[in-house]
Write a protein that binds this ligand. Sequence first.
Ligand SMILES: [Fe+2]
Length: 384
Amino acid sequence: MATTIFQTPIKLVVGAGSVEKVGEEAAKLGKRALIVIGGSSAKKTGLLDKVSADLKANGLEVFVFEGITPNPRSSTVDEGARMAAEKNIDLIIGLGGGSVMDASKALKLAYSSGLPSFDFYSGKADSNAFQSKAALMLVPTMAATGSEFNHWSVITNWETHEKRAIGVPMAFPATSIVDPALTLTMPVSQVAKGGVDIFLHVMENYITHDAGAALSDGIREAIMKVVVEWLPVAVKEPTNLEARKNLSWASSLACSQAITFGGGQGYRPIHLIEHAISGLYDVQHGDGLSALLPSWLRQSMSKRSARITKLGKNVFDTDGDTADAVEKWLDSVGMKTSLSKLGVPEAQFAAAAQNALDTSRGFLAKDAVHNSVETITALYKAAF
Ligand SMILES: [Fe+2]
């Protein structure tokens, strides 16, 4: 039996209105804060001003690094790390979606080490060899990646078109403030993309883990059922806070160690195959996943029919075709799509497949179905 270790140093503060706690919690972690944000939305909604004022009222000096993009780039992160060094920062606050949170983790690694951030993602450098120079606080404004409750981070080297993930102790946030009311400012299209991402974070591990993990299966099915039920509500009723609250909880748990209670780790082949697409063509992560999902399920039936059928029965309440049920759900939240609709050129599929294999740290080479350039290309073609 495999050994499972559960250890998390993260203080998670959850609830509508919990954003009011940012200043109070931040004051326990540092004195000179760098707030990391994406484009203009944190400014437009007034959230940046509100958080900055709260930090100042709690005695912190505040600096802002702006400009993290979707598929966050290592070059942008490195700019932020230079700013952190100039300002002698002792607290990094990621205020935004998954890209901002992952970039904030990368920024902490680069700032603490003085090295280019991507060195850690490519395996060139080991963050355990460095002392942390700043604490990390994360404040998600959308429910999607669950980055606030784990030590994982994904960034892209735009020069080499490599999108890579790492999970290292230094990337654990000390405190994360999860306020579902903040997600009400997200456009419905982003909520839908985030919801598909949450679903796949759980579903992929559920399908790929070794059999014999009844408790993990139950926890994962419960998270997936919440997303399947409440994402359509969040999309149809953009002001429904109950829906956003359920998605926020699901998001935080989906990528945490909590889903490994009961054993059965699994891994995420669709994510690995999608990373090649978004790393090469800057497709939004949730869109790429949605395009691949139904075809991945259909092509995986030859080796994984028992798990996929169980997914259909226990999560979608169907004895019929699971892929059809999943596709219908995607359609209900406006996420039924294809690689051709996303503008991904068919001519590059073999190169993307090779990129997926190269950046998957050996996971795909061992996959039961999608383990070669030919089989991954066949998935891209089916999803075109
Ligand atoms: Fe994801």
